[in-house]
Design a protein around this ligand. Structure first.
Ligand SMILES: [Zn+2]
Length: 232
């Protein structure tokens, strides 16, 4: 039996009413689980957004003094607009949320399942430069199992937004908890922020690790077991 589950982000965030924290002392400030969006975020169609971004981006290039009649540059505003809407920020639109099929746990497998080294590309919402990383996600079935590629797709969906790593981690965790109907979910993200390595402090060796350990994962024994699995 296959159950189609499409959760609206609003439902997920409603479950977390009042959930928010802040990281202070840095230029990276994080305020909540939900990506801050305007009420009328989808008033314009994708094509209208692309047309508008194209014209605004050519203005930015023009202000910087670039010659938009140059062969190499003239198509750039259109390319950027298309890339923003169709690719790197496509996860802002709930219409692009992956449809997830759940299956009965016929295998009676009741230990942790870990999908590790999921490569993702995101963008820092403070500088609009890339975040490149790996996500490891794990869950213990509450009776339903999810197609493995869907774990990957959920990571990619939330990565394709302007992001901060803490929010990305929590959004993936909350989505998995809601879909799989269990608290027993873990998410670990290890990522490099180009705003740290290619500008500002210019530290090329550091990476940022964030984690979420819910339900049965929230104890030392399970965390150790998970870390062991990741070290294979
Ligand atoms: Zn940044």
């Amino acid at each position: 039996m296959i159950t189609e589950v499409i959760l609206k982000e609003k439902e997920v965030s409603e479950k977390l009413n009042g959930f928010s924290y802040q990281e202070v002392g840095d230029d990276h400030l994080f305020t909540g689980l939900e990506t801050p969006m305007k009420q009328d975020a989808f008033k314009l169609s994708d094509q209208e957004k692309k047309d508008k971004i194209e014209s605004l981006f050519s203005e930015i290039m023009d202000v910087m003094g670039l010659d938009l009649t140059d062969d190499s540059l003239q198509g750039t505003p259109k390319r950027v607009a298309k890339m923003y809407i169709d690719e790197i920020f496509s996860g802002l639109n709930p219409a692009n949320k992956p449809k997830v099929a759940l299956f009965d746990n016929k295998y009676q497998y009741n230990q942790m399942l870990v999908e590790k080294n999921i490569t993702f590309y995101s963008n820092c919402e403070h500088h609009f430069v890339p975040i490149i990383g790996k996500a490891h996600v794990a869950y213990i079935s509450s009776g339903k199992v999810i197609g493995l590629s869907k774990l990957n797709r959920i990571v990619q969906y939330y990565a394709k937004r302007p992001q901060v790593q803490e929010r990305l981690t929590n959004q993936i965790a909350e989505e998995l908890k809601a879909i799989l109907d269990t608290e027993d979910v873990a998410v670990i993200i290890d990522a490099k922020h180009l705003c740290v390595s290619s500008r500002g402090i210019k530290d090329d060796t550091s990476s940022t690790v964030t984690s979420y350990f819910g339900g049965k994962f929230n104890n030392q024994e399970k965390i150790a077991e998970l870390q062991n699995t990741l070290n294979y």
